[in-house]
Design a protein around this ligand. Structure first.
Ligand SMILES: [Zn+2]
Length: 64
């Protein structure tokens, strides 16, 4: 499945480190840079979205 278009619901495991945006279109952001294994947070109170889309993957920027 294409990670760039997939919708991740709050509580789901974060599959890829990076910056996520909500699905409401108001540019709410969620940055998950270095915490693989965590879960997605609920959307903000003023957000009408239902989940998160990957905006900018953070992998490939780091050296082992
Ligand atoms: Zn939102």
């Amino acid at each position: 499945m294409d990670e760039s278009t997939r919708l991740h619901h709050p509580g789901e495991k974060v599959p890829v480190s990076g910056i996520y945006k909500c699905s409401c279109g108001k540019e709410h952001r969620f940055a998950n840079v270095d915490v693989l294994g965590h879960t997605f947070p609920p959307v903000p109170k003023d957000c009408s979205g239902i989940g998160w889309h990957l905006l900018t993957p953070a992998h490939a920027e780091r050296s082992p």
